[in-house]
Write a protein that binds this ligand. Sequence first.
Ligand SMILES: NC(=O)c1ccc[n+]([C@@H]2O[C@H](COP(=O)([O-])OP(=O)(O)OC[C@H]3O[C@@H](n4cnc5c(N)ncnc54)[C@H](O)[C@@H]3O)[C@@H](O)[C@H]2O)c1
Length: 340
Amino acid sequence: MRIGVIGTGRIGTIHANTLSRHREVGSLILTDADPARAQGLAQRLGETAAPGVDEIFRWGVDAVVITTATAAHAELIGRAARSGLPVFCEKPIALDLPGTLAALAEVETAGTVLQMGFQRRFDAGYAGAREAVRSGRLGRLHTVRAMTSDQSPPPPEWLPLSGGLFRDTLIHDFDVLRWVTGREVVDVYATGSDSGPAMFREAGDVDTGAALLTLDDGTLATATATRLNGAGYDVRMELAGERDTVVVGLDDRTPVASTEPTGPPPADKPWAGFLERFGPAYEAELCAFVDLLHGQRPNPCDGREALQALRIAEACEVSRRERRPVRLTEIQDRAQPSYG
Ligand SMILES: NC(=O)c1ccc[n+]([C@@H]2O[C@H](COP(=O)([O-])OP(=O)(O)OC[C@H]3O[C@@H](n4cnc5c(N)ncnc54)[C@H](O)[C@@H]3O)[C@@H](O)[C@H]2O)c1
């Protein structure tokens, strides 16, 4: 099996590494808008670099992995679908609903496979939380607290392309909230703060955000994120029910310090970032894609799942901007991009 990898930046490098080592993947063709980057990686992995995206399609591949900057995802998904090729694509499909729906329509018309890269579905902690909900161990779930805290802000030039904190970062919490609880979000109230570095204000974004979400069985959830968490990279989810409480992301590397005299000692090597924290999950989702290509498993995260997560992020952006609660039904058919 030959797989084309389009985009060889941070995430593309991780995924190409996994695929190159996979015994059921024969070879890779790598390409990037910066050809030297693709060539360098191809050389390190002993794979082939192509000068551009056209060659990926012309030379012939069995599947495509899309790890470019987000702006190129939807068009490449459509192109692969029209070529009858299965796709693994990093999140999100697009930064707006029209782009997302157009790409999904291409995939559904072609009847091809699209697996989306929401890797938290492959993290042992989140899988354990899902099992705790499903098994009834927690009893009736009443509260979920989700959080994603990046240690340091991204480069200023990247911010305007990201879609903002809710679409870029909290979208992971929204996807995994649906996956862990098995419930849908019915309404949100979100707010954000841009009182940190000026680059967030200048990009129309926030450095810290919070959302209160109501699920369709009445469970209440909060999701918070920040780009400025000095202590380290901190991703957690706490689920509390009438019988028990579990927490994802609490281990000896969680970047928190207890102020209790009898509390645990502070982490001596706190998580620094997502590549390290979710390394095994990134690998597992690509192995799942190879299994999916062999017809050995169902799609673990299709395009419709990604659409739902984006709708929640869109609702949060509307809520934050208009300072009011937003029902998800309001977002269903929204035709225009709402960021800005
Ligand atoms: N799942 C996750 O946890 C996670 C984490 C980080 C990033 N991402 C997603 O992965 C994608 C890439 O992020 P990254 O952090 O690797 O970014 P990056 O900037 O490190 O890499 C992106 C690469 O894509 C290339 N590129 C851009 N447009 C292209 C095009 N049209 N054709 C070919 N190459 C193109 C760039 O030259 C660059 O090398 C983004 O969509 C992002 O949302 C997901």
